[in-house]
Design a protein around this ligand. Structure first.
Ligand code: ZN
Length: 332
C-alpha cells in the first residue's frame, strides 16, 4: 500500500517541520488505538498517519518522496529497494516524545528501556488472553504438606499449522491460518505440573502466570487460576493454621489424670491430662498444627477436646463404689 503523506496529514508541500509535527500530533491523538479501542477504522487511519509522519519527519525520506513521487518512492526509492513503512511493534520508533504527548505523558514511559514501549503504544489487535479458572480438589493432608500436582488442561501453544505466524501460504499469496484463525496459537490438551505450596487453604486461589488462554497478535497469555477445594479429613478439622480434634477419654483417666495419646499430622503425641479433667475441656499442643511454610511463619497448634466416656453397665459392686465416690467427691 502506498499513500500520499501530504494528503494523509492534510498539510501543504511547503509545510514546515513544526507544522507537520503539529498536524500529526492532532490527528494521531484523534485516531490513537488506545483512545478508540476496537475501532478498526481508527486503527488503520492511525497506521496511515504514522507512516505519513515517518516519511515527512525524516528529511532524507521527505526529499526522496518529493523528488520521486508516490509510486516511484514506494517501488524504487532508497536505491531500488523501495520505501518500507516502520514496523510498529519492534525496533526503534523515532517519535517517543510525541507519543508521550499524545498519550498524556509519563504513564507509559517507565515500562521499557528507553522509556517507551512500542508494543504498548501500537497495540493494534494485541490482546492479552483471558484468565481461566480450574477447580483443584486437594486432599486435606496434601493441602497442608504441599505437592506437585499433575493437571490435564487445555493450554495455549504455538499453532502447528502456521508455526505461530497466523498466516499460511495459499495460491502464491498468504491467507489467514484456518487452524488458529490467525491467532498464531492454539489450545492443546497438555499435562501440566503445578507446584502447590505447603499450607494452602480451602477457597484459596493459586495463580499460574501465562497458563490461561492464549493472547492475540502477540499479546501475552492469560493466567490459570486454580481454585483450591480441600476435602475434609477423618481426624482433624482445620481453621487457618490450627488443627482441631475430639478424643473420647474414659471417666477414670479424667478423674485421676494421666497421659493421653493423640494423633498428630506426623504421628502421635502424648497429652498430659490433669486430675479432674472436665468433659468438653480443650487442651493445646503447641506447634502440632499446620507446619510453618517458611521460616518467617509460625507453625499452628493442635487443639484436643476431651469427650468423657462412661461405663454403661455397672455391677452391684461398682454401684457401691460409685456411691462411695459420690459422697467423697460430690459434684455441685
Ligand atoms: Zn495457525
Amino acid at each position: 500500500m502506498s499513500l500520499d503523506p501530504y494528503k494523509t496529514l492534510g498539510v501543504d508541500k511547503k509545510a514546515k517541520e513544526e507544522d507537520i509535527k503539529k498536524a500529526y500530533r492532532k490527528l494521531a491523538r484523534k485516531y490513537h488505538p488506545d483512545l478508540n479501542p476496537g475501532d478498526k477504522v481508527a486503527e488503520s487511519k492511525f497506521k496511515e498517519l504514522s507512516e505519513a509522519y515517518d516519511i515527512l519527519s525524516d528529511p532524507a525520506k521527505k526529499k526522496e518522496y518529493d523528488s520521486l513521487g508516490e509510486d516511484e518512492f514506494y517501488q524504487r526509492g532508497f536505491g531500488g529497494s523501495g520505501y518500507k513503512p516502520p514496523k510498529f511493534d519492534s525496533g526503534d520508533f523515532p517519535w517517543a516524545d510525541l507519543f508521550n504527548d499524545i498519550l498524556g505523558g509519563g504513564s507509559r514511559s517507565s515500562k521499557s528501556k528507553g522509556g517507551f514501549s512500542f508494543g504498548e503504544a501500537f497495540s493494534f489487535g494485541k490482546r492479552k488472553g483471558q484468565n481461566r479458572e480450574h477447580v483443584l480438589n486437594l486432599d486435606f493432608r496434601t493441602a497442608i504438606s504441599g505437592s506437585e500436582v499433575t493437571l490435564d488442561l487445555d493450554v495455549p501453544g504455538p499453532c502447528p499449522r502456521c508455526g505461530g505466524q497466523g498466516v499460511v501460504s495459499a495460491g502464491g499469496g498468504v491467507k489467514g491460518c484456518p487452524e488458529c484463525h490467525g491467532r498464531g496459537s492454539v489450545n492443546n490438551r497438555q499435562t501440566i505440573k503445578a507446584h502447590i505450596p505447603a499450607g494452602v487453604k480451602d477457597g484459596q486461589t493459586i495463580r499460574l502466570k501465562g497458563m490461561g488462554f492464549s493472547g492475540e497478535g502477540g499479546g501475552e497469555n492469560g493466567d490459570l487460576l486454580l481454585k483450591v477445594q480441600v476435602s475434609p479429613d477423618e481426624v482433624f478439622t482445620r481453621q487457618g493454621d490450627h488443627l482441631y480434634l475430639e478424643r473420647p477419654v474414659s471417666v477414670y483417666l479424667c478423674l485421676l489424670g494421666g497421659s493421653l495419646e493423640v494423633p498428630t499430622l506426623s504421628g502421635r503425641a502424648n497429652l498430659k491430662l490433669p486430675s479432674g479433667t472436665q468433659n468438653g475441656q480443650t487442651f493445646r499442643l503447641k506447634g502440632y498444627g499446620v507446619p510453618a511454610a517458611s521460616s518467617q511463619k509460625k507453625a499452628g497448634d493442635l487443639y484436643v477436646t476431651v469427650k468423657v466416656t462412661l461405663p454403661s453397665k455397672l455391677s452391684a459392686e461398682a454401684k457401691d463404689l460409685a456411691n462411695r465416690l459420690a459422697q467423697a467427691a460430690p459434684v455441685e
